[in-house]
Design a protein around this ligand. Structure first.
Ligand SMILES: Nc1ncnc2c1ncn2[C@@H]1O[C@H](COP(=O)(O)OP(=O)(O)OP(=O)(O)O)[C@@H](O)[C@H]1O
Length: 691
């Protein structure tokens, strides 16, 4: 595939100038061989017949009927030349503009490692994230070795940034905004130095253009604040999901919002938000948080975890009174919420703003890729709930724009991500910051749909020893409202298959996940060329572009969003009916989060994943488990691959890398058919295990 002519494939489409230019030699070797005009799907894909392997049944894999998406027709509903320009609204790609040099004048040592938000951290993960964000690792690989598109040079032309190659940094750093520990900059003095995005951006450091982006303010009218989508037909089925609470003296669950005894304003806001009934995670978490207990809660994607922590925190704040006022010079928020991506933290902020509507509680959001001065101005106007991505939060703390002494609630959303090798060090620094109340003095709350055991152990450092653990359904399990299909598609057939599926889908909103940032751009351009209205978001795009892309997708202007894992977690977008894993992620947890962008809040959705036996075999076994546990059909060929790559002891015992099946304090566990655990041996949380 080395001599594919990529330029020939990306013939100048009738698109606005914003679409990135793909230079021939930068894609020419096409290492992934993703040839556009190939016609045949993998023949094995046609063979996923109903045969079953008894050994899999014995091995704990449930079998269903074979499946496969054969119904992808040739409908051309998506064809719409007038919308081709959906991808890439705004400026050209690549000219990201933050300094990646860290010459922080702040004295504290930890600033040396401070960095920016989610993706900054994810970028920083490259090379040492245990859980592997292929987007970033792959991108770095691309820089070094030619990567999936066979380029030795940066792929997207960066207007004006010169694309200076730095040996240890990924593309993101050059394009601004995505730097991290591995983005060392050698200063003129010859010393290594580190500079936060904010520093570079605000100080006008020559390493990159200033970050001047000020996000548009969200609509202020009540209708917009309380806009919501309808719960789906399966919302009531949530009641049948089993819940396990572990830890001592757990308060009983509540069954209705009334039982929570919230103040009238909160109740009004809940009603205006269209919430009439609690979801299981809310039934259990709200009383636990109201009782002042620390909590680690794990519940399926789209099942209302955000309100599960926001409502009781707000209730406490309303009850106890708040101290922050717009007239105070140093703002001291009572609550800090952190999440791994800019878009997700913005979404959480909007939820906080909704539920605190008409109260004296003021929520503020700050995240990377926006002007630091803007973040500061938001804070100084009064800040009770600070929603932040980690990098921007540490920048603001370092600049002494907030004090931490009043922090009573620390929330880690997508907590397993926040504690992994990428963000974990940052979080550890946060809890060690001067003024931050100790874990005994604050309430710490962690939420996610996945919670690997090793991450649960790390969490002990953040939580009081008597924290409660709530598991709704199967921890790490996929949402059952998502119909999952795995197709065997070799890398050379993926694009053709994607187009076939998208054409059969018509205008239904679809998220397409790919492995690398550059591939996201490329596939989006390719789809536009195919007259499928598409936009794209990934860590190489400027924040303004990311928000524009998400906005275009949300409002339906572009029904297809091509994204990297940056969009895998937390995003709650109405009416996403399909998720397509063009590339499977490197971990099964990421798969669970990705497909959770559809099938939310009782609605149904579909997820189609391209399984490439050349690269995805390591996922066969966990995939079979996830499919089986979610009562989905398991293709025979997938079982076969899973069996041939069988790892003894995998099934349910030491998930570690597969399922955090239970509260780790209970020891190794097995899952019964209902998805609940039985403890076998004590394995207390190891407070010392963080390193
Ligand atoms: N009790 C409820 N009644 C009606 N709608 C609800 C209720 N709770 C939450 N929702 C809605 O359900 C959707 C999903 O909620 P949310 O984003 O909090 O899910 P989540 O569990 O955090 O998902 P993820 O794991 O993907 O982050 C949101 O639109 C939210 O407003």
């Amino acid at each position: 595939m080395g001599d594919e002519d990529w330029e020939a494939e990306i013939i100048k489409p009738h698109m606005p100038s914003y679409v990135p230019v793909f230079e021939k030699d930068r894609y020419s070797s096409g290492a992934n061989g993703d040839t556009f005009n190939r016609t045949t799907a993998s023949s094995s894909e046609m063979n996923d017949g109903p045969s079953r392997r008894d050994h899999f049944m014995r091995g704990g894999f449930l079998s269903g009927r074979s499946m496969g998406n054969r119904d992808a027709g040739e409908s051309n509903k998506r064809e719409n030349t007038s919308t081709m320009g959906g991808f890439g609204v705004g400026k050209s790609f690549g000219n990201r503009g933050f300094s990646n040099k860290f010459e922080e004048g702040d004295s504290s040592g930890f600033w040396r490692e401070s960095n920016n938000d989610c993706e900054d951290n994810q970028t920083r993960n490259r090379g040492f994230s245990k859980r592997g964000d292929r987007e970033y690792e792959q991108d770095e690989g691309t820089q070094r070795t030619g990567g999936p598109f066979g380029s030795r040079r940066p792929v997207l032309s960066g207007a004006g940034n010169g694309d200076t190659y730095q040996s240890r940094s990924g593309s993101g750093s050059r394009r601004g905004g995505y730097k991290g520990l591995n983005e060392e900059v050698i200063t003129s003095s010859g010393k290594n130095s580190w500079k936060s995005e904010a520093e570079g951006g605000e100080s006008g450091d020559t390493q990159g253009p200033k970050v001047t982006y000020i996000p548009p303010p969200p609509p202020e009218d009540e209708d917009s604040i309380f806009a919501h989508y309808q719960t789906g037909i399966n919302f009531d089925k949530y009641d049948t999901i089993l819940v396990e609470v572990s830890g001592h003296d757990a308060p009983p669950a509540i069954l209705t919002f009334e039982e929570a005894n919230l103040c009238q304003t909160l109740n009004n806001n809940i009603a205006k938000a269209g919430y009439t009934k609690l979801t299981p995670v809310q039934k259990y978490s709200i009383p636990i948080i109201l009782a002042g207990r620390d909590l680690m809660a794990c519940a399926q994607t789209g099942s209302g975890k955000t309100a599960a922590f926001l409502l009781p925190i707000l209730a406490h704040m309303m009850h106890d009174g708040i101290t922050a006022s717009r007239f105070k010079e140093l703002q001291e928020p009572e609550c800090i919420i952190v999440a791994p991506t800019r878009e997700l933290i913005n979404q959480i902020y909007l939820e906080a703003r909704k539920f605190s509507f008409g109260t004296c509680v003021r929520a503020v959001v700050i995240y990377g890729g926006t002007q630091l001065g803007y973040s500061i101005r938001q804070i100084v106007q009064g800040c009770n709930i600070l929603c932040a991505t980690p990098g921007r939060l540490m920048d603001i703390i370092g600049k002494e724009k907030i004090g931490l002494r009043q922090v009573k609630y620390l929330v880690l959303d997508e907590a397993d991500r926040m504690l992994d090798m990428g963000f974990g060090p940052e979080m550890k620094k946060l809890i060690s910051c001067p003024g931050m109340p100790s874990k005994e003095q604050r309430q710490t709350l962690m939420f996610s749909a996945t919670f690997p055991e090793e991450i649960q152990r790390l969490a002990g450092e953040f939580l009081k020893s008597n924290y409660l653990f709530v598991a709704v359904g199967q921890v790490g399990g996929a949402c059952r409202d998502v119909q999952q299909t795995i197709l065997q598609v070799g890398q050379y057939s993926k694009r053709e298959k994607l187009v076939e599926i998208l054409r059969s889908i018509g205008d239904e909103r679809t998220m397409v996940f790919v492995e690398t940032k550059k591939k996201a751009d490329f596939i989006a351009t390719f789809l536009c060329q195919e007259k499928i209205s598409t936009t794209s978001t990934n860590g190489d795009r400027e924040q303004r572009e990311r928000e524009q892309a998400l906005g275009d997708f949300r409002c339906g202007k572009c029904p297809v969003l091509v994204a990297t894992s940056v969009a895998a977690r937390g995003l709650d977008i109405e009416n996403v009916q399909h998720v397509i894993n063009f590339d499977l992620p490197s971990t099964i947890d990421e798969y669970v989060h990705r497909i959770g962008r559809t099938g939310r809040c009782g609605n149904t959705g579909r997820a189609i994943s391209f399984f490439d036996p050349e690269s995805d075999n390591h996922l066969a076994q966990p995939l079979v488990k996830v499919l089986s546990d979610a009562q989905q059909d398991v293709p025979a060929w997938l079982e076969e691959i899973a069996f041939s790559t069988y790892v003894p002891g995998f099934s349910g015992s030491s998930r570690g890398n597969v399922f955090a099946s239970v509260d780790t304090r209970k020891g190794k566990s097995t899952l019964n058919t209902a998805g609940f655990s039985s403890s076998q041996a004590p394995n207390p949380v190891d407070d010392e295990s963080w390193d």
